[in-house]
Design a protein around this ligand. Structure first.
Ligand code: SF4
Length: 330
């Protein structure tokens, strides 16, 4: 059930001022799509430079469809979750073959990399389609406004919360409503210490009335984090740095360039430790020491790169972080 006045309060609050993010200044479906894919696993502030660089390099659906995959991955380098970039390019090719950007939710859903959330976001913001979005921010707001302590990791709970968000949706202004709800979760209804005193829907929020906001939403942990240690080697020669290309069968990182580990260069002489980096992929938490090393040659799959060339190749996020620790700009 929609709390009375809910959507108007939310829309008024959003209209009175929100974060000025570059993808909020457009209704171009291509630009909104690129931003939504980037935002899937990355914070808004971190996305901004990548978004701007990507659109400079690929300003249109056509330019992305015609791009070679390594060029797309190179521009995406550092954002991680590279299947997103591969899917963007594949989807752009399909759209161009079909005559342009689809305007229907069901057609959007059929494209690679576009799930329910992304189809609802693009559909509502670019085309005014009446589909509610359900991301982590919206789940949190729904759990609190409804004072619902069900496990949001359970598929049944998500479906129920999706139905609640759909019932709340302002059908006249679905795009602004969805953005307002996500903005509320991102800036006011924070995971810890929600700012209830300045919340536009505080009077409608049952968790606020019951004093349970900081216990919601409930997410039961199903899998323990896995911690892993390793070493990355920075091998230099005549100003260049040695990189190793991931094999074609190495899954989503196929074709990416990485720093070698000692097992890749068993005859390398290890030098001093330069520092360490941390990297997380889903539940895997890596701690990687960065060390200088000396190695004469390296076998197939290795190549030397001048630092100036690093921006033009698909470089793994760990390599990028480790090279920064080593004082090499990339
Ligand atoms: Fe979230 Fe507090 Fe607003 Fe409720 S009143 S929606 S808990 S910020």
């Amino acid at each position: 059930m929609k709390p009375p006045g809910f959507s108007q309060l939310l829309l008024d609050w959003y209209a009175s001022g929100h974060r000025d993010l570059p993808w909020r200044r457009t209704t171009d479906p291509y630009r909104i799509w690129v931003s939504e894919i980037m935002l899937q696993q990355t914070r808004a502030q971190a996305v901004i430079p990548y978004y701007e660089r990507f659109l400079q390099r690929f300003p249109s659906l056509e330019s992305l469809a015609e791009a070679a995959e390594p060029d797309v991955l190179a521009v995406w380098s550092g954002l991680g979750y590279y299947s997103r970039a591969r899917n963007l390019r594949r989807a752009a090719q399909r759209m161009m073959a079909a005559g342009g950007f689809p305007r229907e939710y069901a057609e959007l859903r059929e494209l690679p990399g576009i799930g329910e959330y992304t189809a609802a976001a693009i559909g509502s913001i670019a085309f005014g389609l009446p589909h509610a979005v359900l991301d982590g921010n919206v789940l949190r707001v729904v759990a609190r406004v409804e004072n619902d302590a069900a496990d949001i990791g359970a598929a049944g709970t998500r479906e129920r919360f999706r139905a609640v968000a759909q019932a709340w949706l302002d059908r006249k202004w679905p795009g602004p409503f969805n953005q307002a709800l996500m903005e509320l979760g991102a800036t006011v209804c924070l995971p810890r210490n929600p700012l209830c005193l300045v919340c536009p829907v505080a009077a409608q929020c049952r968790a606020r009335q019951e004093g349970t906001a900081d216990q919601l939403p409930v997410k039961l942990r199903k899998t323990e984090p896995v911690r892993m240690d390793g070493v990355l080697l920075v091998v230099r020669s005549r100003g260049r740095v040695l990189l190793r290309q991931r094999a074609a069968d190495s899954g989503r990182m196929a074709g990416f360039w990485d720093l070698p580990s000692p097992e890749h260069l068993p005859h390398a002489r290890l030098g001093r430790r330069l520092g360490e980096i941390r990297h997380t992929i889903t539940r895997h938490h890596y701690t990687l020491a960065v060390r200088r090393a000396a190695a004469r040659g390296a076998g197939p799959g290795f190549a030397w790169f001048a630092p100036a060339r690093l921006a033009a190749i698909p470089l793994s996020t760990t390599a990028r972080k480790a090279l920064t620790v080593a004082g090499i700009r990339c």
